[in-house]
Design a protein around this ligand. Structure first.
Ligand SMILES: *[C@@H]1O[C@H](CO)[C@@H](O)[C@H](O)[C@H]1NC(C)=O
Ligand SMILES: *[C@@H]1O[C@H](CO)[C@@H](O)[C@H](O)[C@H]1NC(C)=O
Ligand SMILES: *[C@@H]1O[C@H](CO)[C@@H](O)[C@H](O)[C@H]1NC(C)=O
Ligand SMILES: *[C@@H]1O[C@H](CO)[C@@H](O)[C@H](O)[C@H]1NC(C)=O
Length: 420
């Protein structure tokens, strides 16, 4: 009798234990629902990503039945690229982070020095906001690393810069650029109003000097939600800016779609990161539909000194729908090729990085959802929210190959060059 009694109380205890199941920054494949608004980069053998929100099953309860459908991710995450894995058995390592969570942060990578920076973004639920800070991550080479504050060489100037979210960012060999963005009470401490941020900020990763090139060198009045890729052409390289929306800077209704200028993928804007000279170039082929924001891109240099940019997903804020299509822009031909549509549905607010020579890793993304759930209450058909795309075979995959052959242009794209 006594034995039976204690075994049933043990059972009760273990049920209490399961009722207290914790939310996780890296839940199991079964519990994972959605991840969105992360910023990602690759250094050495690891992908690192930070920020954003996640939704998951807790005690078998879907996100819609929890206090919050989505929760801030409270650590930086890394994935090992030296080993093969599938999107179902991938191991995500969590790394402690000294500030409370943000989403849509600017990420800049100093490839030569082997570290990366995070700046700006939205403080999730406005919690634990701090003064303007640039954070630097120094990897330890084994999938973890350390976050430290990176002081500006021109401190006073830096302190006065407006932090924003959804600016378009890119890293060249020595400089990080952030074009446009929107500042709000969630991006800056004590900020009262929403404001479209004009122009372009530059951070020199070698000298740590910040500049605001708004009047001197920005190719845009304002810009939100596009992407930019640094292409190693010519002595200084070129930055190709893709998609996004320009909202008038001094408009009371800051995100008004009627007064916005939507950038298409036909007439592309480029600038020289050194001279800041601006160029435009008309592209041909199958042009991705626009308006489009919150999509992702990833770039690959090919052995013929050309460069291909993969573009995937996003949303059309004007007509209110989400995309699931994908394209490759080939340079120097400036020709777009439509590639197979994602096998895992509509996806916006995602990040893409080039991994393993010729694969794109797409991280997170939410689907349409209702306005309240922001798409976090629908389980992602992609395990762990991850998708892989082989840019030579032009095929979606669910396994990562660390031994993939070197990148060469896909046969279909190469044919465009050889046929003139
Ligand atoms: C992150 O921390 C916040 C604040 O403590 C908490 O509300 C949230 O649930 C945490 N997120 C996860 C995924 O555990
Ligand atoms: C956020 O603020 C709360 C309350 O001040 C504190 O307990 C918590 O440790 C802070 N979290 C972070 C990550 O700074
Ligand atoms: C850069 O300068 C312009 C013009 O003074 C200003 O409106 C803008 O907010 C500044 N950008 C940032 C990020 O502070
Ligand atoms: C492309 O856009 C630029 C402005 O950004 C404009 O000056 C140029 O005329 C456009 N070209 C075409 C062919 O539409």
């Amino acid at each position: 009798m006594r034995f039976q009694f204690s075994s049933s109380s043990l059972l009760a205890l273990s049920c209490l234990g399961c009722a207290a199941q914790q939310l996780s920054d890296a839940p199991s494949r079964e519990n994972f629902y959605r991840r969105g608004q992360v910023s990602a980069t690759v250094i050495g053998n690891y992908v690192y990503f930070d920020g954003g929100e996640i939704s998951q099953l807790v005690d078998g309860k879907p996100p819609g039945q929890q206090n919050y459908q989505s929760n801030s991710v409270n650590s930086t995450i890394s994935i090992d690229l030296s080993k093969s894995w599938t999107t179902s058995d991938v191991v995500m390592r969590t790394i402690e982070r000294p500030w409370y969570s943000k989403m849509n942060q600017v990420i800049w990578t100093d490839r030569e020095a082997g570290h990366f920076y995070l700046w700006g973004g939205t403080w999730i639920r406005g919690r634990n906001m701090t003064e303007n800070t640039l954070w630097k991550f120094t990897p330890d080479g084994n999938g973890a690393g350390t976050w430290t504050v990176e002081p500006a060489a021109n401190t006073k100037f830096f302190n006065d810069l407006h932090q924003s979210e959804r600016s378009v960012f890119v890293s060249t060999k020595d400089t990080g650029f952030a074009i446009g963005g929107i500042a709000s009470g969630w991006t800056g401490l004590y900020r009262a109003s929403n404001q479209i941020i004009p122009g372009m900020v530059a951070f020199n990763m070698k000298t740590k000097i910040w500049q605001n090139g708004t009047t001197a060198f920005s190719p845009f009045d304002s810009l939100l939600g596009g992407t930019a890729e640094y292409v190693p052409f010519g002595p200084n390289g070129l930055v190709v800016v893709l998609g996004g929306t320009a909202h008038p800077v001094n408009n009371g209704k800051v995100l008004d779609e009627d007064t916005a200028r939507h950038f298409d993928f036909h007439n592309l804007t480029l600038f020289d990161p050194q001279t800041k000279r601006q160029y435009w170039q008309v592209a041909t082929g199958t042009i991705p539909p626009s308006p489009r924001i919150a999509f992702c891109t990833a770039g690959f240099q090919n052995p013929d000194s050309g460069y291909e940019i993969f573009l995937f997903g996003g949303s059309n804020a004007r007509d209110r729908f989400v995309y699931d299509d994908a394209y490759v822009l080939s340079l120097p031909g400036f020709v777009w090729t439509k590639v197979p549509t994602s096998p895992a549905g509509l996806r916006r607010s995602l990040a893409c990085v080039p991994v393993g020579k010729r694969q794109v890793l797409s991280i997170g993304g939410t689907s349409i959802g209702d306005s309240k759930s922001k798409g976090f209450n629908e389980q992602d058909p992609a395990p762990q929210g991850l998708l892989l795309f082989d840019i030579t075979e032009l095929k979606w995959k669910d396994s990562y190959d660390p031994n993939a052959a070197a990148y060469v242009r896909a046969a279909d794209i190469e044919a465009w060059y050889s046929n003139g």
